[in-house]
Design a protein. Structure first.
Length: 360
């Protein structure tokens, strides 16, 4: 396959399993807090760090469309106690985090507690032209001119109600208040379909749609197949069908944990790709590829090997990359954020070895 393809052409060739298409290096500078400081202390410069990750294949342009709660709630600090900060967030909930370090805030209070709360809250999930950025079409066309793929980011149909209710409350609501959960999913689906209509009406061609879920832990999914098919499958199918009608071909889900039991359900719903295939949760992309040859795999390189040095990195890559290269449909990246103790020299070695092995 020609080496002169644009990033958009490379993505399409890879994720549609075109013969001769190479895997793409999709590693980003998604670092745990403190990693960059350590690299600077090692002697790397910010310019060198930026140049290292610039070796990756371009990830694409995310359309400036606000697909969540709109208008967002005002974020404000409620109180501080030493190194802990408690604040309201853009969803209308309350969360706490460690100042200057935490990568993920801990929820204190979720914004929806009752169906009556939801009846008021759902007004912020309606379509309004203000959801579109002021220059979103011009920016999209500039990205196309640069050869970049265009993508839309949405919440998934576990991820969206989870943000409003929390994990435990949502799992109970499937049984105690199914009408409310169903209305949440239908409301968000209607918004996503309207977004698709607006994008198509503007003549902007979308390549991919990305859904955020985070619906599994080390022991597996937080819901079972029956709940998935009732509260998720119908809405995924509608959105995938609508965007396919406009030319999209890449439908990816971001969910942590052990998602192996979910893979046939997502595939059945129309999803074509998953990320990040966390190794510490028991995910093995070689095994997944054998079982689901049609699934695009994004990630799956064990982030825990990076601090262990070159021999450990080589073992990981030599086990996982050859079957991915042979099968196609692979977007190479570590299985989440780059962790502390990862030395800059080892990160650079990882990037160099992947580049060599995939023929970039």
């Amino acid at each position: 396959m020609s080496s002169n393809l644009t990033p958009r052409e490379l993505l399409r060739a890879c994720v549609t399993f075109q013969p001769g298409a190479r895997p793409l290096l999709m590693q980003t500078n998604w670092l745990m807090p403190g990693v960059e400081d350590d690299w600077l202390a090692e002697g790397a410069t910010r310019a060198e760090i930026e140049a290292l990750f610039a070796r990756s294949d371009a990830r694409g342009h995310n359309l400036a469309v606000h697909s969540g709660v709109f208008p967002e709630y005002e974020a404000r600090v409620l109180y501080e106690d030493g190194d802990v900060l408690v604040r309201t967030n853009e969803l209308g909930g309350v969360e706490k985090l460690r100042k200057g370090y935490a990568s993920l805030a801990l929820p204190v209070e979720f914004p929806v507690k009752t169906p009556a709360d939801w009846a008021v809250y759902r007004e912020r999930l309606e379509w309004t032209p203000e959801r579109l950025g002021a220059r979103w079409v011009e920016e999209a066309r500039a990205a196309l001119e640069a050869g970049l793929p265009l993508q839309v980011s949405l919440l998934g149909f576990f991820g969206f109600p989870r943000k409003l209710l929390g994990d435990e409350r949502l799992c109970l609501a499937y049984y105690d208040e199914p009408a409310m959960v169903r209305d949440m999913c239908e409301t968000y689906c209607a918004l996503a379909l309207r977004i698709a209509d607006e994008i198509e009406a503007a003549g902007v061609p979308v390549d991919g749609v990305f859904f955020w879920e985070d619906m599994a832990g080390k022991q597996g999914s937080l819901i079972g197949p029956r709940t998935f098919r009732e509260f998720m499958t119908p809405y995924y199918r509608q959105i995938v069908a609508r965007f396919r009608q406009s030319g999209a071909y890449h439908f990816a889900v971001d969910t942590d944990g052990n998602v192996e039991g979910l893979l046939p359900l997502f595939i059945e719903a129309g999803v074509t790709c998953l990320f990040p295939f966390e190794c510490q949760a028991g995910m093995d992309i070689v095994r997944v590829r054998e079982r689901y040859p049609q699934l695009v795999i994004h990630g799956g390189i064990d982030k825990r090997v990076l601090p262990l040095g070159r021999e450990a990195i080589d073992r990981e890559l030599e086990y996982k990359l050859p079957p991915m290269i042979e099968s196609g449909g692979y977007l190479c990246a570590v299985d989440h954020r780059i962790i502390l103790e990862t030395r800059y020299a080892d990160m650079r070695y990882f990037m160099e070895r992947v580049t060599q092995m995939i023929g970039k």
